[in-house]
Design a protein around this ligand. Sequence first.
Ligand SMILES: Cc1cc2nc3c(=O)[nH]c(=O)nc-3n(C[C@H](O)[C@H](O)[C@H](O)COP(=O)(O)OP(=O)(O)OC[C@H]3O[C@@H](n4cnc5c(N)ncnc54)[C@H](O)[C@@H]3O)c2cc1C
Length: 371
Amino acid sequence: MAIIGGGVAGLSLAAELAELDGRMVERSGGLRPELRIVLLERENQFAYHSTGRSIAAFSESLGSPEQRALARAAHAILDALGAESGTPLLRARPLVWVAGPDHLGALNDLLTANPSLRVVDPAAAQTLCPALRLEATARAAVERTAQDVDVDALQQQYRDRATAAGAVLRTAVGLESGVWNPARAEWTVTTDRGELTVARIVNAAGAWADAVAARLEVPVAGLTSYRRTVAIAAADGIGPGWPLVVDVANRYYFRPERGGLLICAADETPSPPTDAVAAPQDVSVALERVTAATTLRLERVRTSWAGLRTFAPDRNPILGPDPKQDGFYWFAGLGGTGIQTAPALARLAAAQLLGEPFEIPGLRAEKLLPR
Ligand SMILES: Cc1cc2nc3c(=O)[nH]c(=O)nc-3n(C[C@H](O)[C@H](O)[C@H](O)COP(=O)(O)OP(=O)(O)OC[C@H]3O[C@@H](n4cnc5c(N)ncnc54)[C@H](O)[C@@H]3O)c2cc1C
């Protein structure tokens, strides 16, 4: 099996697949042959694109019912992985959702999506984040179960586990093309480093997932990538324990970060798959909006970066076998919640690929199938 892409999707799957396969081989008393798993990452390092550029937040209120079910399942998985390795992957950081007077409907929608949110008045929100401007906040809700994710440790743990369980992870090897041989039920895959033969390809190529499908003459999924820019601005008086503050109308978010305040205008600019670069105009908008929402004087922008968030037309992840092409499985379209959903998606994908039963409470997995 070849997994294409070494972001959180590909790495989490390599680990889950190799470990599940190992357990199945053991269960069979060694009668079942071991699965050969090769992950190919085109860049010189893993997690170079979207995975290395997220803001590493974990919230069970985001996205569709499917994404929320996946996040709830992933929470337990990440807690367990952290406890097993002795390196916690999650650290509690409350999330304060703020609504201006015109956006109380959006706050209500959020409360319906996540009934564990606690509504607070602006003054109570201000005790959590003293820089919040009272006049800009009509109502707020606190998400106590929100977390920061240690993304470096997460991808390192998945790499270690995958390798320990026998998967081969390669950087600087890009898939170029491939031909399906129906008689032998196998792909001949051409990379920039040579050819390999595999029975199945998993497409975990992030923003390039449609391009990978096209190179293999598989119908594309209709993914769209959007650039998002994030910056860290210097300011006095930032408390390291402040929450992540998110505007329910999706105009900005901010939280403390080493060196200042991480700010973002929650921008979504359509982009072709590329090595995304921060857009100065999006940094300016973020500065303007966060300044209006707080009493902070945001001074110098210390650093900024951008990454791509890639969505299917219905904005759910795509997970499952391609309906038209044998030997081709999709793990793509992770959008803006890939860090927090990949651990659960990978466990589900590994079970599906190896024919094991596995259910995620509250998830209708058929909603994720490629069409
Ligand atoms: C600014 C920003 C903030 C975000 N914040 C959060 C957050 O707080 N919480 C959250 O859960 N998510 C967040 N996300 C979303 C999250 O980062 C993504 O959903 C996730 O990283 C996608 O992972 P991936 O593995 O699908 O893609 P990627 O990490 O992009 O990995 C895909 C890999 O495939 C490789 N590849 C492509 N083509 C080929 C080929 N032909 N051969 C070999 N390799 C190939 C690429 O080089 C790349 O490394 C954020 C994203 C952005 C941009």
